[in-house]
Structures are given as structure tokens and as C-alpha cells.
Design a protein around this ligand. Structure first.
Ligand code: AMP
Length: 205
């Protein structure tokens, strides 16, 4: 029995999912802090590698800048390595992975082998115009190379065609909590904590 279970709570093995600009990165970091688990963002891993000019970074830069998806095999390997590290033994929060049905299968295979399935999926919803407004704001603040008009349009369309359908898979498992992503950071965060608490997933003391 793990420490989390011994305390009576379900382990936080979480996925946060939402369109670009939904605030999932920001909320993901807050959730990770509150629950004492690592936030694993594939987008952040790729961006850090591009910035440092690593072999991986050189491989994925053009793909990311164009707003396309990095191949599943490469992305899956990165996630498996990260989730195998000690700090993810008591739980984790995935942000940006899985992003299509193939990746759901890859993640299932990995987690099933460990007998540690996801315990909750937070679906952060914001209307499309709000999402575009937030990305435009981020583009001026952070200057991300993939926050240009063409790439944004492609990423939103990939979200709708490839990523949104994975929610159906998780809905069938009864683990999705739909959270309204419009509001202040605190308001949205409180909604997420309330949804997780209702599942018996409680913040670290
Ligand atoms: P994000 O910060 O999550 O929006 O990710 C930025 C970019 O990294 C995406 O547009 C993709 O090019 C790449 N990326 C991040 N996560 C994945 C993933 N799970 N599968 C494939 N590509 C990804």
C-alpha cells in the first residue's frame, strides 16, 4: 500500500486537458504544488530542449514551430522516462500528453503495467474566442515562436480533431471532471480542487 492510499486518499495521477490558451499550464503548476507531485508538460520539455540546442531540440524545433505534433514514439519515450523518476512515484500531473488516441494507448500500456491508472482527468473549458485572446496576449508577453497566426490555427484545429476525442475515452472510464476555465486563476484553481476532493483526491498537508 502506498503512502497516499494509507492516508485514505486516492493517489493524484492526473491529466489536465484543454485547448491552447485555456490556462492548463498555469493551473497545472499550481495543482502540482498543492498536491506535492511533479507537473510533466511535454511542451515544456520540448521548449527547454530547443532552447538548449540539444539533439532532441534540433529534431523537434521545426515541427513545434509549425504547430504540428511531434511523433508519438518520441513523445512517449520522454513521458515514460519522466514518469519513471522517483518523484513521480506518489503521483504526477500530465499536461499536454496524451494528445491523440495513439498516445492514450501508449500511456495506458505503460500505466497498466505498473497497475497505476490515471485517477482523474481535468477538462478545462474556455470558449474559442477567449482561448485565442489569451494566446495573443501570451505571444506578446513570452514571444513563443509557435504563437503565430498560422501555427495557432493549426494547433487549435489539431486540438479539436485529435485531442478532444480522447476525452470520450476517459469519460467512459468515469474519470473526467469538466471545469469552467473562465474566471480568475484562484477561482479556476478552487473549482479544480473541489472536483478532485469530491473524488477523494486531497491536497498535500
Ligand atoms: P504545448 O505547450 O503543450 O502547447 O506544446 C507545444 C508543442 O509541443 C505542440 O504544438 C507540439 O508541437 C509539441 N507537443 C507537446 N506535447 C505533445 C504531444 N503530446 N505530442 C506531440 N507533440 C507535442
Amino acid at each position: 500500500m502506498t503512502l497516499g492510499q494509507a492516508q485514505g486518499g486516492a493517489q493524484p495521477r492526473l491529466l489536465i486537458i484543454g485547448p491552447q490558451g485555456s490556462g492548463k499550464g498555469t493551473q497545472g503548476v499550481r495543482i502540482a504544488q498543492a498536491y506535492g507531485i511533479p507537473a510533466v508538460s511535454t511542451g515544456d520539455v520540448f521548449r527547454a530542449n530547443v532552447k538548449d540546442g540539444t539533439e532532441l531540440g534540433l529534431k523537434v524545433k521545426a515541427i513545434i514551430d509549425a504547430g504540428d505534433l511531434v511523433p508519438d514514439a518520441l513523445t512517449g519515450e520522454i513521458v515514460r522516462d519522466r514518469l519513471s523518476q522517483d518523484d513521480a512515484a506518489q503521483g504526477f500531473l500530465l499536461d499536454g500528453y496524451p494528445r491523440n488516441l495513439g498516445q492514450v494507448g501508449d500511456l495506458d500500456a505503460f500505466l497498466d503495467e505498473r497497475g497505476e491508472p490515471l485517477t482523474a482527468v481535468i477538462e478545462l473549458s474556455v470558449p474559442r474566442d477567449e482561448s485565442i485572446r489569451r494566446i495573443a496576449l501570451r505571444a506578446t508577453e513570452q514571444g513563443r515562436a509557435d504563437d503565430n497566426e498560422e501555427s495557432i490555427a493549426k494547433r487549435l484545429s489539431i486540438y479539436e480533431s485529435e485531442t478532444a476525442p480522447i476525452l470520450d475515452v476517459y469519460r467512459e472510464r468515469g474519470i473526467v471532471d469538466a471545469v469552467d476555465g473562465v474566471g480568475t486563476l484562484d477561482e479556476v484553481f478552487e473549482r479544480i480542487v473541489a472536483a478532485l476532493t469530491a473524488r477523494g483526491i486531497t491536497p498535500a498537508a
